[in-house]
Every structure is written in C-alpha cells, then in structure tokens.
Design a protein. Sequence first.
Length: 78
Amino acid sequence: MVREQTLADLMAGEVKRVRKILGGHGFQSNIRSVGIREGKVVRVVTRQPMQGPVVVEIDGMRIAIGRGMARKIVVGDI
C-alpha cells in the first residue's frame, strides 16, 4: 500500500495541491482559518532544520506550520 504524501514530505520549492486535511474538527477548522483548504495550491518556501516548521506560501501569504500539523495535510499533483 502506498502512503499518501503530506506537506511534511515536500522539499523547498515543491508545488502541490491540498487533497485532504486529516485530524479532528478543531484542527481542521484552525488550519482552514489560515487559508489552507482542499483544492488550494501550496508551495514550500523552506523547511527549517531539526524538525522545525515548514514555511508554505498559499494565495501570496507565507505561513509557518509545525511538522506535526504538516503531516496531517495530504497533498497531490496539481
């Protein structure tokens, strides 16, 4: 079985589309409130070292997301 690719798996410069947001209602609500929702295109700006946050760009905004949160955001090809 192939594991789904998440935002935490991407390298700097990669561009993908958000396919699914995993987790509870509170997490999904919080992540959508910052503009990350199904169908949106995201670009990874940087991945901080030592399990630091992933910085993504979506709709012209840059957002830092913790690795644990990024693992709950499933992405796919545009």
